[in-house]
Design a protein around this ligand. Structure first.
Ligand code: SAM
Length: 276
C-alpha cells in the first residue's frame, strides 16, 4: 500500500521495528477473539469496533482493517487526516475505516471500543498525551475491552553526560554519555487503569566506577500485550538524558535521585534533585 504522508509521519512509517510490534499485537488480538460465530462469515471480520487514536497516516488502522467491522481513526493534525483519506480512497475493503480530524480529548463517541490502539508514546510518557488520552477514553472502552499497547516499563541509569540540557539519545553514531551504575526499574503502568499524571519517585542507584554523576538516562519499554515487549526504536521512545546537579561519586557508593514530571505535560515539567 502507498501512503500519502507528512515528513514526520514518513519517518514513523519507515520504523519497521515499531510497525512490526504493533502489527503482531493486532494479529494476536484477532487470533484470541475469532471464533467464527462472532464474525461476519463473508469477510471473517470481527463484529467489533476498534479506535485508532492519533492515527497519523492510518497505518495501524490498515493493519486492523482486515479484522474489524468498524474502525474509528482520529488525529489532531488535519494535514495527516487529509493524507490518510487520500491514501485509503481507492483501497479495497477499507470502507470500514472512518477518519476524523479532531482532538480526541474534545471528542464524544457514539459507541464504545472493543479495542483501543493508541500510539502516542514517548520516553517516560512525559512529552506526548498517551496518559491523559487513555484516562479520558476509559469511559469509551467496553468491559473486557483491550488497549494496544497494554502498558510500559521505565528504567533509569546514573550517567555522566556531556551536554547539560534535557535531550533524547537519538544520535546512534555518537554516545555522548557514560553509564556509571546499575539500572533501576522505577515505574510500570498498565493502561487499563486510571493513571495519576503527576509522577514522582526516589531512585536509588549503586555506582560502579569512581566518577562524577550529573545525569540520569531513562529508557522506556513498551508492553504491546501480555507477550510482546518492544524496546526503543528509531521513532519510538529514544532514551532520554536528564541532567542532575553534579556530584563526585565512588565505586560502591549508593546515591538517591528524586525525579518528578507530569505525564503529557512536556519535558519542561521534569525536575530532579540528588538527595544527600
Ligand atoms: C507518534 S504519532 C503515531 C501516528 C500513527 N498512529 C502511527 O503509528 O504511525 C502520534 C499521533 O498522535 C496525534 N495526536 C497527538 N495528540 C493528539 C490528540 N490530542 N488527539 C488526536 N490526535 C493526537 C499526532 O498528530 C500524531 O499523528
Amino acid at each position: 500500500m502507498k501512503f500519502f504522508t507528512t515528513p514526520y509521519h514518513f519517518n514513523l512509517l519507515k520504523d519497521n521495528e515499531r510497525l512490526t510490534a504493533f502489527n503482531e499485537a493486532i494479529n494476536d488480538y484477532y487470533k484470541r477473539h475469532i471464533n467464527y460465530s462472532n464474525c461476519d462469515k463473508g469477510t471473517e471480520k470481527l463484529e467489533k469496533t476498534a479506535f485508532d487514536i492519533g492515527c497519523g497516516t492510518g497505518v495501524l488502522s490498515f493493519f486492523a482493517s482486515k479484522y474489524f467491522r468498524n474502525i474509528i481513526a482520529i488525529d489532531i493534525d488535519y494535514k495527516i487526516i487529509d493524507c490518510a483519506r487520500k491514501s485509503f480512497e481507492n483501497i479495497e475493503n477499507s470502507d470500514n475505516i472512518n477518519f476524523h480530524f479532531s482532538n480526541v480529548l474534545d471528542s464524544n463517541f457514539q459507541e464504545k471500543a472493543d479495542l483501543i490502539i493508541c500510539e502516542m508514546l514517548d520516553t517516560g510518557l512525559v512529552d506526548e498525551e498517551e496518559v491523559p488520552v487513555l484516562n479520558y477514553l476509559q469511559k469509551y472502552l467496553k468491559k473486557n475491552g483491550e488497549i494496544i499497547p497494554k502498558g510500559i516499563i521505565n528504567i533509569a541509569e546514573p550517567i555522566f553526560m556531556e551536554r547539560n540540557n534535557i535531550h533524547y539519545d537519538d544520535d546512534f553514531n555518537n554516545q555522548n554519555y557514560e553509564i556509571l551504575g546499575n539500572y533501576v526499574k522505577y515505574s510500570e503502568f498498565d493502561f487499563s487503569n486510571l493513571i495519576d499524571i503527576k509522577f514522582n519517585t526516589m531512585i536509588e542507584f549503586e555506582i560502579s566506577v569512581d566518577s562524577k554523576v550529573n545525569g540520569i538516562k531513562i529508557t522506556t519499554f513498551t508492553k504491546l500485550n501480555q507477550d510482546i515487549i518492544c524496546g526503543p526504536t528509531s521513532m519510538m521512545n529514544p532514551p532520554l538524558l536528564i541532567p542532575v546537579e553534579e556530584k563526585n561519586v565512588k565505586k560502591g557508593e549508593k546515591i538517591k535521585i528524586f525525579l518528578e514530571y507530569i505525564m503529557g505535560g512536556g519535558l519542561k515539567t521534569i525536575k530532579t534533585s540528588i538527595i544527600d
